[in-house]
Design a protein around this ligand. Structure first.
Ligand code: AHR
Length: 661
């Protein structure tokens, strides 16, 4: 965040102050219920090349030659052959490279990466390959080249390493190569040395050495750091619709995503064909970023892991919501239920007592991951959902009563399916109900009171706003105004933190060359990234969530953009760790709004404060790769006077006041 220092006067806009002053009554003496630590979280789905080609550090596409078109992503040249009796039974294909048969001909392979391979000058890259010489030869030399296929320079290759392969046994070979140039759409070329003998290659991989936390099979550092900097309380994964699959065969199966990476079978990613107008036929899931890595990442960024699992229903958008043969009948659900029970063991179990817990330990994490939540089903609807969900709930509850279970209210924020599912979820006794809303500006502006009148009670499920974003009418990108709408709406989450236990903006990631869905929180190409305006709104809430609710009203009512409230939204919390009163005010209108803070219970006199301003003069503007910090929050210091302080909130602005009590 940029930091400036100014006095309160600097934030008082004199011009255009025709609007009537509104008084916010903030009761700082009556500290309310706790804000859940999970309140603001993140939702990860492998959409928009978020995993392979995004957060997952692997730079090679189709590294195991298992895509249905086995050489997709590769150019093979010279004398080569696709083989299928390799060392990894779930990924049996590999490539045999043979002598080209002529001194001036070459044999080899070239990988195009995901929209190219990004190389950063001076950075080290770890190339690994499983290899053997099938005839038992010694010292077959492989050249490993980093190339810029589109250069106008003399040489395409700008860095090179070599590997000597020996013997009939499959072994893993490694060479670290420094990139001598920065190239955003490079390639990886592997050439058999001249007059070479035959060599077999499998699981050809290239990672930056400098991945997040230096992990083996690690994450792209800059993207993982964006997650960490959001300070998320909860991490929902791995989707979204990919949990359900376009059909049952392509649903996300977590058991395929754990164990040695070389033997995790490929899955079709439903997002390669969901929209024919944004079609990516090379979009598959390597499962290199699998459930172990999701749990590890949750721990590293300090978020509660929240896996979503299949309820035995393939995506209802594609397969209908009536009972049919595309969904699993209730009496055949046991393998699906077992997947959930085993997942809880994988995360929390004792390695001495359970094979899945042992696998976790073998993968490097003997201690439990302390899983507390599981969501069963994503966006499901119709009677088939509660029918399928019931046996899951019964069996998980019986064995793991401590786990909180999350049910779905369907893909819509209101309407028939939503109205039907909430009572059904209540009957089944889920702990939280997952609500999704991708809605336009009007919806966000009129939904500021959404949770004020939700039922409360000991046995009442809590709310999980599991996917939401403002999809601007006619402008569905990450412009400032969409973020402002989200900021306004989030005052409602905060004011109702007694029943809203968690909320996760969606989706998280998008590659600029490979997106299917927008807006998204974080955008990137092969070397650069930017955080969207919506990202900053999420971060502002997460970093300023406080510890306890405070009441903030205007004429006795919540400030939620109602007719007489001039487009103002506001909420307040107290942070007992910093002894601060934190007031969030959003002016969604196009005029400055004078406001008086009536700080009931605050010691009379001047109080040190900080003001964070999030504003753009152009509401259609957004951050970009070329201007990643065009619109960012700005901090300033000031003093605030108790019991009453006049301020003016400029048009289209999100203000956060942090006042020392
Ligand atoms: O976030 C993209 C998709 O939106 C999710 O997969 C799905 O749950 C929702 O419909």
């Amino acid at each position: 965040m940029k930091k400036i220092t100014s006095l309160l006067a600097a934030v008082t806009v004199a011009a255009g102050m025709s609007a009537q002053t509104q008084t916010f009554d903030i009761n700082t003496s009556k500290v309310g219920g706790a804000i859940p630590s999970t309140m603001y979280g993140i939702f990860f789905e492998d959409i928009n090349y978020a995993a392979d080609g995004g957060l997952y550090g692997e730079l090679v596409k189709n590294r195991s030659f298992e895509f249905p078109q086995h050489f997709m992503g590769w150019k093979a040249f010279g004398q080569f052959e696709l083989m299928n009796d390799g060392p990894f039974n779930k990924n049996p294909h590999y490539v045999r490279l043979k002598n080209s048969g002529h001194n001036d001909k070459y044999t080899g392979l070239e990988n195009e990466g995901f929209f190219g391979i990004g190389y950063q000058r001076g950075a080290d890259y770890r190339f690994t390959v499983w290899a053997r010489t099938p005839n038992g030869d010694d010292k077959v030399t492989l050249r490993v080249l980093f190339c810029d296929p589109s250069t106008m320079g003399e040489r395409q290759q700008f860095s090179e390493g070599t590997l000597e392969i020996s013997g009939k046994e499959w072994k893993k070979y490694e060479v670290v190569i420094k990139a001598n140039q920065t190239v955003d759409k490079g390639s990886l070329r592997i050439m058999l040395a001249r007059n070479s003998r035959t060599v077999d290659l499998e699981h050809i991989s290239l990672f930056p050495v400098d991945v997040y936390k230096g992990d083996e099979n690690g994450m792209r550092k800059d993207l993982a750091e964006s997650l960490e900097q959001l300070k998320p309380g909860v991490f929902r994964f791995p989707g979204g619709c990919i949990v359900e699959g376009t059909d049952l065969a392509t649903r996300y199966q977590w058991k395929n995503s754990v164990g040695p990476v070389e033997n995790r079978p490929l899955n079709e990613n439903r997002w390669h064909y969901t929209f024919d107008y944004r079609f990516f036929p090379d979009y598959y899931q390597s499962y290199g970023l699998g459930f172990y890595e999701y749990f590890r990442l949750s721990e590293q960024i300090g978020a509660e892991p929240l896996p979503v699992v299949s309820v035995g229903l393939s995506c209802e958008f594609q397969n209908g919501s009536e009972r049919n043969d595309r969904h699993v009948p209730v009496d055949q659900l046991q393998p699906y239920i077992d997947d959930v029970l085993d997942l809880i063991e994988f995360a929390n179990g004792d390695p001495a007592k359970n094979q899945w817990a042992k696998l976790r330990a073998d993968m490097g994490h003997p201690a439990p991951f302390n899983l507390k939540y599981v969501a069963i089903g994503n966006e499901q609807w119709g009677p088939i959902y509660p029918e399928n969900l019931k046996p899951f709930i019964e069996q998980v509850r019986a064995k793991y009563p401590e786990i909180k279970l999350i049910g779905s209210s369907g893909p819509n924020s209101e309407g028939g399916d939503f109205e039907y599912l909430w009572p059904e979820m209540r009957k089944l006794g889920v702990d939280l109900v997952d609500e999704h809303f991708y809605r336009n500006e009007e919806w966000f502006l009129k939904s500021g009171n959404r949770y004020d009148n939700y039922k409360r009670g000991k046995n009442e499920p809590k709310v999980f706003a599991g996917e939401y974003a403002c999809h601007g009418r006619g402008k569905k990108w990450n412009h400032f105004n969409a973020a402002l709408m989200e900021a306004a709406f989030m005052t409602d989450l905060e004011r109702n933190a007694d029943i809203v236990e968690m909320a996760t903006y969606a989706p998280l990631f998008a590659h600029v060359d490979g997106w299917q869905w927008r807006p998204d929180a974080i955008w990137y190409d092969n070397l650069r990234k930017f955080n969207s305006c919506s990202y900053y709104v999420q971060q502002l809430y997460a970093l300023n969530k406080g510890t306890n609710m405070l009441t903030l009203t205007m004429n006795g009512k919540p400030v939620a953009g109602n007719d007489d409230q001039n487009g103002l939204f506001a909420s307040a919390v107290y942070d007992k760790d910093t002894d601060e009163v934190i007031i969030k005010v959003i002016n969604t209108g196009d005029k400055p709004q004078p406001v008086t803070f009536n700080l009931k219970g605050m010691k009379k006199g001047a109080h040190q404060a900080q003001l964070i301003t999030f504003h753009s003069d152009d509401i259609n503007a957004e951050n970009t790769l070329d201007e990643p910090t065009k619109i960012v929050p700005v901090k300033s210091s000031l003093t605030v006077t108790a019991p009453a302080q006049d301020i003016t909130v400029p048009a289209r602005t999100f203000y956060i006041y942090k006042i020392k009590k």
